[in-house]
Design a protein around this ligand. Structure first.
Ligand code: ZN
Length: 299
């Protein structure tokens, strides 16, 4: 399968999962507020975070799948920023809820919430199976990280269902609070991961890996003289930018073939490289540019 198609499939998958997650979250939020259950509200807020993570990764993969165009940093940054701020607001609300509503005695969450959580567990388990299987075919690290996450979420949802049963059958209301606090801790961890990726997306941070840079340079040498090479982060992915000076005698046809070949081989060097942007200038122009820089330097 061509790389951009598999990126596109993965981004579509993440959008669908994010949307399902968001729909489930909204239903839970309404039920949680109606029945004043911190357990249900907590699960809803966690679901919101998961939807945000799916959207951020999905957007990254989608942009990366549009080969041949340069990575739209501005749009990606704006989206990352909006996502980060909305997740931060939700996290603030979650913390507030936890601080003001935690108590050891209370009315148990209605028993029908147990099948609701089990349905959530089944949904995340299905995601886990899909992601694990597709990680093997798509070879995208993001799916591997997400599969682990889906596994933890399945356990959390099952734990929520168990807490509802304990609170209803054995009058152990404290079980609900333990479940809420455990989920909150995991959400904090997820938030740390999301903000790291979003920050990388916003800043477009340079990625330093001399070994990888060396290998890329080696590939570039087969077409011409590499003048500039940058590896930037795009969320949890990497984007490679290169400027190469080539012999002016080369035909457009030759250049095109060589360029496509290099892009393919650079993509294979690292599983996180999702986009390779190669710009070409003729060697004579490159020399002039260098001379110009020299003159500027002497002025
Ligand atoms: Zn989660």
């Amino acid at each position: 399968m061509r790389p951009h198609i598999r990126l596109w499939i993965a981004s579509l998958y993440l959008f669908i999962m994010g949307t399902i997650s968001l729909a489930y979250t909204l239903i839970e939020l309404v039920l949680g507020v109606m029945y004043e259950s911190l357990l249900i509200i907590g699960d809803a807020l966690h679901g919101f975070m998961d939807a945000a993570i799916a959207y951020v990764s999905g957007f990254g993969l989608y942009y990366a799948s549009r080969r041949g165009r340069s990575f739209p940093w501005e749009v990606y940054r704006l989206e990352s920023l909006v996502t980060l701020l909305s997740v931060l607001a939700v996290l603030g609300f979650y913390t507030y809820m936890l601080v003001t509503s935690t108590r050891l005695e209370g009315t148990p969450t209605p028993l029908w919430a147990a099948p609701l959580f089990l349905a959530g567990a089944a949904l995340t388990y299905a995601m886990y199976v899909w992601e694990r299987r597709n990680y093997q075919t798509l070879k995208l690290t993001v799916l591997k990280a997400d599969a682990l996450h889906a596994k933890v979420d399945t356990i959390l949802s099952a734990g929520f269902a168990a807490a509802v049963c304990a609170s209803n059958f054995f009058k152990l209301f404290a079980a609900e609070m333990i479940a809420v606090i455990a989920a909150y801790c995991y959400v904090l961890y997820e938030f740390a991961r999301l903000s790291r990726d979003a920050t990388y997306g916003i800043l477009g941070v340079l990625y330093r890996d001399p070994a990888l840079e060396g290998k890329i340079r080696e590939k570039l040498l087969s077409i011409g003289k590499p003048l500039n090479l940058k590896i930037r982060r795009a969320g949890s992915f990497l984007v490679v930018y290169a400027l190469i000076a080539v012999s002016p005698e080369m035909t457009v046809g030759q250049l095109h073939v060589l360029r496509s070949r290099i892009i393919r081989s650079v993509m294979k060097l690292h599983p996180l490289v999702v986009h390779v942007d190669i710009k070409i200038i003729p060697k004579r122009k490159a020399r002039k540019r260098a001379e110009k820089q020299c003159i500027h330097a002497h002025m």
